[in-house]
Write a protein of this length. Sequence first.
Length: 95
Amino acid sequence: MAALTVILVLAHTGTAAAWLGGMLYSLLVGQPKAARFFGTDEETHEAFLATMASGNRWKVLALMAVLAGTGGGLLAIGPTPDPVQMVLHVGEILL
């Protein structure tokens, strides 16, 4: 059981870290550089951003599925959480 817990924790935190890192890079580096590059040409800038975002829906849904699956697995094999932890888990699921 301990090995399964370690695997689930590594998969959960690794996926969350990869998603967070990708989002932070996009928001703090990629998009500001694109805005500076295109300057006042908003139409081309928007087209560029739409092109960069296209096709990512399934990747994001896959990341969400991995996070939900590993999180659910951790809840299922772990000890019963106290009421405060349960409220936090339900809030996380709803997000």
